[in-house]
Each structure stands twice: as structure tokens, then as C-alpha cells.
Design a protein around this ligand. Structure first.
Ligand code: NAD
Length: 669
């Protein structure tokens, strides 16, 4: 047995590994707020030491205490394994179950340093989106997965493996919950406190559910969004050529914006305060040029506009300065958005203007109240500058990062006249909701566990063939979606989108997802694909997420503040054949602001896999369409009626419409 397998099977080593030097060359999580009282610190240490034999406590105690005091969390750095962290070909994992080995493949991808945002702190993306809270949890989980059979289920409580319980072959192999709280304990500081205590974590969406596929996932969604935003502002059906898209963030997901801008064919300016993030995205080829001087930026953008050049530019600096500068210099912005991490505003998600990046990092720890004031003042300035641009005709949309929500909390001039809605729509209200989710189109994805690019190329051509066949009979309502995705999959290889595992994403509806999955399963059975495929999706989808300011922001019957859909979805997926399911509090817009869930499903070429994929994928999409249709969304009513025609066992309660004039008659003064 090779050393890697031995280390996996060993789990938490009996002899303490050597301590490791803090590597300053990689991107680390910001220091977290010192929020625990003396007694709570003792509790956090007792909690952390639960993973280790008492004989090690005297050594580990001062070390963990120092981590807690220095970083605000106990990551157990000493236990970070010394093998390379990446999604290995499935055969390289120890164990007997291809299902659990697939989960290991996905976990290692989430922690791969080329994929993960803060790999040593086990943060995959979004500043605080954790796969695990500490390295002991990782080691135990990998060991359990290697030992498990297909008649057991691993139970994950916010990164902590509670244990392996007996179940059966049709049950999920892993059930994950992340950040689930008693509702009254879901404020930002509750996350700080309970995460520091080591009893919960922020799983974001695909971080804590092992379904992250690097920036590709978001490139696709962002491309679709920018393309459709372009269609929205087009006066004569023209494309985005020569038009300017101004936004911010070059982090985990935001880093996809310049690449998406290039694919959509516009000029993109993306501001980013963190030089490491700028350099990462530039070196990966996700952004074409880097400029750190505002005057130079203005000249460069003017030139690109004149020549209608397709180019993406990273501005190393604060987004507020760009909005303000472009206003005074009269640079017309066609499309505007923001993708700073405002779901996490006080701990490094948003950097205030006029303070250096380094000073801001110190201030958020040493003077959290002052930092909060600076963030809020900066948000007010940013909103004011954006308002000036929109009065000149810019189309601004909230990009699901809680920008409008936090700006409104900061007292920015961002509310609509009715005092309830925001001045600007979110990208889901205007674009993704009515054009995609309500029809069942969402971010379906798959990963080839062979880690072989040739398998991925085979899946690409299978998926393309299926979509092209389906497109011939597609109703006019969904033809645009089908054609965008065919174009995407055709260009996918050329656009070199893979970072980490051999993964692909495209938007498909229930029918498309089922047909593609079925064809993959057949290809595995026939040996055309050499190893199992993991199916999954972003939680940011038709049915997976209840989030009133994002995924369900185009629900207008009042139910956008309920979370029945996401909970039902995960329960339903789990008994219809998912290999793993997860349900999270927080993700995207913030802790306490969203409930979201997802699944992973392993296709191994068997008949059982075929039954599972048909049953589960049908539910996984149509649950959300049914809910959206009950909320009276026309597009969803169309889609669910179509689904009922295709599936006689489906009966969905349809809404009756009330005549508004009749309603008003009874409310006349
Ligand atoms: N668009 C989508 O479809 C979508 C989907 C999911 C999530 N999101 C949301 O988008 C946000 C960004 O996600 P991410 O993974 O890229 O997070 P991230 O934390 O990795 O990146 C955000 C980046 O913004 C930079 N930044 C912060 N304040 C800045 C400022 N004032 N000026 C310039 N740069 C600044 C940070 O340095 C950081 O690199 C999150 O809130 C996320 O939830 C969007």
C-alpha cells in the first residue's frame, strides 16, 4: 500500500506529526474577530481536544490556544497532511465503495490549493465557505469514507463526522448539514461565536457539500447572466460589442467575471483590492490585463471603446474609486454590478475605500466597530456613485452578493419609492429567474472521477449531441436557453475552463439533465467512459435554494421568506437515490439569509444508477418549478404543465388567478 493510502486509512495519527511553518506565500483566511469570553475560549479548546488522545493534550493545548488567539479559530495546522491535495483518479483512493471514493475525490478537489481560496484554513470559496472546520475533521472523514460499505451512511454535522451509521444500499452514503441553527441564533456574530467554539461552520453552497468545481461553474452562470443582461439593454438586438461592464471582485467566484465578459464579447473592468487575488486570476488567464492607476484605466477603457475591443481589465484598487472616477470622466458604463463578498461584510468580504488593504485587515480585528463604520460609509459612497451612473442610463443589477441589502442597512440611497423594494433588481429578479429557473434551467454539472481529460471530452460531445437533438423539438420559450448552452458546450474545450477536477457545467432543464445523465451511464456501461461520473449542481438552482434576495427573489406571493422548498428538496433527493445530500444555512448572501441544499450522485453504469437518476433528477428540478408555479410565475406554470403532460404520475396544484380589478373594488376607500 502506498503512503497516500496508508495516511488516509490512518486518520488522525497516533504520534503527533511535526508542526508546520505558516506559509506566507499562499492566500490565508483573514484573522477572525476575537469574540469569545475567557470561559468560552476554554470551551473551544476542550472541544478541539476531543479529537485527540489525552496523552497529547499538554502539547496541543498551548498550540491550539495560540491559534485561537492569533487567527480567531483553531485550524489544527499541524495535522494538515503532507501529501499533495488534488482530485486523484478514483482508483488511487483506498476503500471498497466507488460511491465513497467519489466523495473523497470531490473533497480533495475542494481543498486543492489551485481551487480553494484559503486551502490551509479549509476554506473553499467566499471568504468563509468551509469544507471542514479543522484538519482533524478532514482526516477522520477520509478515514471513515475509506472504511465504509454501501450499507452505511456517514453523518456530517458542520464539518464534524458524527459517525457512520448502518443504512442500506439505496440510502445516501453521506448526509451533510452545515450551519443549521435554531433560527434566533443566526446573526453574523452568532456565526463568529459558534464557529470559534468549533460547533458549526459556514458551508457556503458547494464548499461544505464537496461540489465546488473551481471558477468554471460560475463562469458559465456569469456568461449566461451577462449575455442576457446584454439582451435586456439591447435597443436593436445588437450584441455587447464595444459595451462596458463594470464590476468588482477577483476572488473565488467573482474571478469568473472577466472571463465571462470576454466570452459574452464586451469590455470588462473588474476592481480588486487584494493583489494576490489579482495576480492569481491574471496568471490563470482569467483576466487579460492589470492596471493600478485610475488615469491609465480611463485611457485604456476609452481606447477599448473606440475600437470595440473585447478585453478584460483588472483594476488593482477599490471599486468605489472606479465608479467615482468613471462618473467624473464621463465614461459611460453599460452594465454595472458588484461581487465583493457582502454576505460577510465585517470580516474581509468588503474593503472600505481610502484605507489600504493591510490597514483594513488590521482594523477589522483591532477596531471592529470603526471598521464597520468605514464599510458602511464606503457603501453609501458606492451607491451614490452608482446612482449617478444609472441616471445616465447604466443598467445596474445586484449580483446575489447582498450588495443592495448591506447598502440599505448602511443607509445608502438605494430604496425604491415604495420604501420596501430596492431601486435596482437583482440578477435573479430580472434575468435568471424568469429566463432560466422558472423553466427549470439550472447549473447541472458533472465530474469525471477518472481525472482523465479524454473522458471529459467524451462527455462534452455526448451532452452536445443530446442538446442538439432536443433543441429540434423545443418549444420557442426555451429555444434561447438551449442554443446558449449548445454554444457553451461547443466552446468549452477551447475556453480551457478546467481548474482542478475534470468537471463540466451547463444549464439544462429536467429533461435535459435526465437525458444527459442517462447517456453518461450508458457510456460508462459500454466502457466509453472509463470510471464513474459524479453528477451534481450548484445549490444556486431552480429548487435548491430559498433566498429572498437572490434565488427566490422573483417569488412574489410572500413565500420568499419561507424555506420549505430547499428542505423538501434535500429530503426528496435523499430517498430518491442521491449518493450524498447536504442542507446549509448561509451561502451566497449570508448566514441566516438563506437555506440551500444540493446533492451528489454517482453514476457507475448500472441499472440501479439509471433508476436513481431518473427518479431523483425529475424531482430535483420539478419541486422548484411547482413552487414557482404556485407563486403564479407564468414561465413556471408553462413548464410544470409541460412536465405533467410528460409524466402521468405528476399532479401539481395550480394557482387560480384573481382579477386585480375585482380585488381593488373591495379596497376602494
Ligand atoms: N454571481 C453569482 O452567481 C454568485 C453566485 C454565488 C455567490 N455570489 C456572491 O458573490 C460574492 C463574491 O464571491 P467570491 O467567491 O468571489 O468571494 P471572494 O471573497 O472570494 O471574492 C470577493 C473579492 O472582492 C474583493 N473586494 C472586497 N471589497 C472590495 C472593494 N471594495 N473593492 C474591490 N475589491 C473588493 C476581495 O478582496 C475579494 O477578493 C459573494 O458574496 C458570493 O456569495 C455570486
Amino acid at each position: 500500500m502506498n503512503n497516500f493510502k496508508k495516511q488516509i486509512i490512518q486518520g488522525i495519527p497516533d504520534a503527533l506529526p511535526n508542526t508546520q511553518a505558516y506559509n506566507n506565500n499562499i492566500n490565508h483566511a483573514p484573522k477572525r474577530k476575537d469574540i469569545l469570553s475567557e470561559d468560552e475560549k476554554k470551551l473551544a479548546l476542550k472541544n478541539a481536544l476531543r479529537y485527540f488522545d489525552a496523552k497529547h493534550h499538554a502539547v496541543l493545548l498551548p498550540e491550539f490556544k495560540s491559534e485561537l488567539e492569533t487567527y480567531g479559530r483553531i485550524y489544527m495546522y499541524r495535522f494538515r497532511p503532507d501529501y499533495e491535495m488534488y482530485a486523484r483518479p478514483i482508483d488511487e483512493y483506498p476503500g471498497t465503495s466507488s460511491q465513497t471514493k467519489s466523495v473523497m475525490h470531490m473533497i480533495q478537489n475542494n481543498l486543492n490549493p489551485v481551487v480553494a481560496q484559503h486551502p490551509h484554513e479549509l476554506i473553499t470559496y467566499g471568504g468563509n465557505g468551509a469544507a471542514f472546520q479543522n484538519w482533524a475533521q478532514y482526516l477522520l472523514v477520509m478515514k471513515y469514507l475509506a472504511e465504509m460499505t454501501d450499507e452505511q451512511t456517514l453523518i456530517m454535522y458542520s464539518g464534524h463526522p458524527l459517525g457512520i451509521f448502518p443504512s442500506n444500499k439505496n440510502a445516501p452514503r453521506v448526509v451533510v448539514t452545515n450551519g443549521m441553527m435554531i433560527p434566533n441564533y443566526s446573526k453574523q456574530d452568532d456565526w463568529e461565536k459558534f464557529n470559534a467554539l468549533g460547533v458549526t461552520q459556514y458551508g457556503q453552497m458547494t464548499a461544505g457539500s464537496y461540489m465546488y468545481i473551481g471558477p468554471q461553474g460560475i463562469v458559465h452562470g456569469t456568461t449566461i447572466t451577462v449575455l442576457n443582461a446584454g439582451r435586456k439593454i439591447a435597443k436593436h438586438n445588437e450584441n455587447l460589442s464595444g459595451k462596458l461592464f463594470l464590476t468588482s471582485g477577483l476572488g473565488g467566484m467573482s474571478g469568473a467575471q472577466p472571463k465571462a465578459g470576454n466570452i459574452a464579447g464586451c469590455i470588462t473592468v473588474c476592481a480588486e483590492v487584494n493583489l494576490k487575488a489579482v495576480n492569481t486570476r491574471h496568471s490563470q488567464g482569467w483576466v487579460d490585463e492589470v492596471i493600478s492607476d485610475l488615469d491609465e484605466l480611463v485611457t485604456r477603457v476609452q481606447k477599448a471603446k473606440e475600437t470595440k475591443e473585447i478585453v478584460s481589465i483588472a483594476y488593482h484598487g477599490n471599486i468605489v474609486s472606479v465608479w467615482e472616477k468613471f462618473d467624473t470622466e464621463n465614461i459611460f458604463v453599460d452594465l454595472g454590478s458588484d461581487q465583493t463578498s457582502l454576505h460577510n461584510p465585517w470580516a474581509g468580504g468588503y474593503y472600505p475605500v481610502d484605507i489600504s488593504y493591510e490597514d483594513a485587515n488590521d482594523m477589522m480585528v483591532d477596531q471592529p466597530e470603526l471598521f464597520k463604520e468605514k464599510v458602511q460609509a464606503s457603501l453609501r459612497r458606492q451607491a451614490e456613485a452608482i446612482n449617478k451612473h444609472t441616471s445616465k442610463g447604466t443598467y445596474f443589477f445586484d449580483y446575489g452578493n447582498a450588495f443592495l441589502l448591506e447598502a440599505s442597512r448602511a443607509g445608502a440611497d438605494i430604496m425604491a419609492d415604495n420604501g420596501i423594494d430596492f431601486k435596482y433588481a437583482s440578477y435573479v429578479q430580472d434575468i435568471m429567474g424568469p429566463m432560466c429557473f422558472d423553466y427549470g434551467f439550472g447549473p447541472f454539472r458533472w465530474v469525471c472521477t477518472s481525472a482523465n481529460p479524454e473522458d471529459l471530452a467524451t462527455t462534452d460531445s455526448i451532452a452536445c449531441e443530446i442538446l442538439e437533438k432536443m433543441m429540434k423539438d423545443s418549444p420557442k420559450e426555451i429555444k434561447q436557453q438551449m442554443s446558449d448552452n449548445i454554444q457553451w458546450i461547443k466552446g468549452a474545450q477551447e475556453n480551457k475552463l478546467v481548474v482542478g477536477s475534470q468537471a463540466r457545467i451547463l444549464y439544462a432543464d429536467a429533461e435535459g439533465r435526465i437525458k444527459i445523465a442517462q447517456a453518461f451511464n450508458n457510456a460508462i456501461a459500454e466502457g466509453k467512459i472509463t470510471a464513474p461520473i459524479v453528477l451534481g449542481r450548484d445549490h444556486h438552482d431552480v429548487s435548491g435554494t430559498d433566498s429572498p434576495y437572490r434565488e427566490t427573489s422573483n417569488i412574489y406571493d410572500g413565500s420568499q421568506f419561507t424555506a420549505d422548498m430547499a428542505i423538501q428538496n434535500v429530503i426528496g433527493d435523499s430517498f430518491r437515490g442521491a449518493t450524498w445530500v447536504s442542507i446549509h444555512n448561509g451561502g451566497g448572501v449570508g448566514w441566516g439569509e438563506v437555506i440551500n441544499g444540493g446533492f451528489g450522485m454517482v453514476l457507475d453504469g448500472t441499472k440501479e444508477a439509471e433508476q436513481r437518476l431518473k427518479a431523483m433528477l425529475f424531482w430535483d428540478v420539478n419541486n422548484g418549478i411547482a413552487r414557482r408555479s404556485w407563486a403564479r410565475n407564468d414561465e413556471a406554470i408553462f413548464a410544470i404543465k409541460r412536465a405533467m403532460e410528460a409524466e402521468p404520475n405528476l399532479t401539481v396544484t395550480l394557482p387560480n388567478m384573481v382579477n386585480d380589478k375585482l380585488l381593488e373594488k373591495f379596497f376602494k376607500a
